[in-house]
Structure formats: C-alpha cells, structure tokens
Design a protein around this ligand. Structure first.
Ligand SMILES: Nc1ncnc2c1ncn2[C@@H]1O[C@H](COP(=O)(O)OP(=O)(O)OP(=O)(O)O)[C@@H](O)[C@H]1O
Ligand SMILES: [Mg+2]
Length: 250
C-alpha cells in the first residue's frame, strides 16, 4: 500500500489522442497528499483532458496514471470528486436535488443531517433562496456554483476542478476562491484546479503547472512559496504572476 511519501496523483509520460488529434504529449505530474496544484494554459492545450484522465473518465491513453496508488484503468481511487467545466445539472431537478446528487452513495438525502449539509453548501456558494429553483431559472454563474456545491457535497480526498469560477464576477469569484481554500485547509483535501486565470492560480496554489502547445506539454512549473493567509496584492504573488505569464509566452 502507499506510504506518506507517495504522491496521491502520479502521472508518468501521459499521451492522449482523440483520433488524429494529439491532446497531451508526454505529461508528467506528481501531486502530494494535501497539495493544492493549479494547472494553467491556453485554450485547447489539454487541461480538461488531463482532469478527465485523472478522474478515470478516459480509459484510452498511453503512459501511467495512478490515483491513491492505484492505476486509474484499474479503478483508481473512488475518493475523487470532479467539478466539470460545464455545470452538467439535471434539468428536471431543483438546486437542492442537484447538490444532493453529490452526496456519498450511502447517505440518504432525505435525512435531516443530509438536508442540512446540502442547505449549508447552497448557502456557502451564495445561492440561499434558490434551493427550489430549476437550472433553466439560473444564470450561468449560478449554475456553475450549483455544480461546485455538488462537487463539495461528496467531500472527497481528491478534488479535481475544471475552471469552476470562470463565469463569476470578480467579487463572487474572490468569495468562492476563499471558500475553496477554507475547505482545502480544514479537510486536507488534495486539489487540482484548472484555470485560465493566472492571478487565481498564484493566489490559491502551492504550485502552478503551466501547460502549453497543441498537443499540450508541461512548459514550466512555478512554486508558490508564499505563506498563508495570502494577500492578493502581495508583491511576491505579483512577481510570481509575471513568472507564470512569461512561461505562457504572452
Ligand atoms: N472528445 C473529444 N474528441 C475529439 N477531440 C477532443 C475531445 N476532447 C478534446 N479534444 C481535443 O483535445 C485538445 C485538448 O482539449 P481540452 O478540452 O483538453 O483543452 P482545454 O485546455 O481544456 O481547453 P479550454 O481551455 O478551451 O477548456 C483540443 O485540441 C480538443 O479539440
Ligand atoms: Mg477545458
């Protein structure tokens, strides 16, 4: 079984193609238990593909990908939660039911403790008052927050997040980022967050992995060696932002 030193996520020479399109070409990544890693890169460089492989959704790839010490093609760890780039809500279900879908399978969503947990999550993502609304009554940013609440409901050991804040305004985004940090710190969750937002990546992560190119490869890895709690305007963070932006070549 795995020891403490083993990475929770281990990616070795990952190559992934969709027909003629090579999405990822030789990606290596090791994420330690409790680490917060951000993945940035331009559109089409394979960020979502990487998360899909890590989550076990993509069984067709070359290389080795292990989660919790187990090969993902052999099932990996079942303690992995994913928040998708599109909200993927159930259209016929209200917000409360959509969040409850994320509860662990052995939890009865009708039990008072489960209902309280779901209501807490709805409040935390700033949607109190909308528990009975259906997805077609929500804005894009609201739907995205429902999806985030659903991902948090399971309280997984490993949380994979694909641009979870991209549709939010600046203030709502800052609130939700801090909430995610709070969950990460309290629960010791291992997080991989995909984002386009370099400021977000540097503010949140222990380490920023810069993917680039089509097919995507790791262009650079930037350590964010800044104590928490962090100030967004911290000059060290601003300098690291520049480093990541330079690595992105723009
Ligand atoms: N299901 C699929 N079938 C065919 N090609 C795909 C599929 N999914 C992704 N691709 C291709 O793989 C490459 C990487 O796509 P991916 O969605 O991982 O990029 P991304 O970095 O997440 O982009 P974005 O920032 O726009 O979300 C792209 O060239 C894309 O066209
Ligand atoms: Mg994507």
């Amino acid at each position: 079984m795995s020891s403490d030193a083993d990475p929770v996520l281990a990616v070795d020479d990952l190559r992934k193609r969709y027909g003629e399109t090579v999405a990822l070409d030789g990606v290596d990544l090791a994420v330690a238990d409790g680490e917060f890693v951000a993945v940035v890169g331009p559109s089409g460089c394979g960020k979502s593909t990487l998360l899909r492989v890590l989550s076990g959704l993509e069984a067709q790839f070359d290389g080795r990908v292990a989660v919790g010490g187990t090969d993902v093609r052999a099932g990996g760890s079942d303690d992995v939660g994913m928040v998708f780039q599109e909200p993927r809500l159930l259209g016929w279900a209200d917000v409360r039911e959509n969040v409850a879908v994320g509860l662990p399978a052995d939890v009865d969503p009708e039990r008072p403790a489960a209902r309280d947990r779901v209501d807490d999550l709805i409040e935390t993502v700033g949607l109190d008052g909308f528990a009975d609304s259906r997805p077609d009554e929500l804005s894009g940013g609201m739907a995205q927050r429902v999806s985030l609440a659903r991902g948090l409901a399971y309280d997984p050991a490993v949380l994979l997040l694909d641009e979870p804040f991209s549709a939010l305004d600046r203030l709502t985004k800052a609130d939700q980022q801090d909430h995610l940090l709070d969950v990460w710190e309290r629960r010791g969750t291992t997080v991989v967050l995909v984002t386009h937002d370099v400021e977000e990546a540097v503010y949140l992560a222990d380490r920023v992995v810069v993917l680039d190119g089509q097919p995507g490869t790791v262009a650079s890895v930037v350590d964010v060696d800044v104590e928490r709690p962090r100030e967004r305007a911290d000059p060290d963070l601003v300098a690291l932002r520049r480093e990541v932006t330079d690595a992105l070549g723009r």
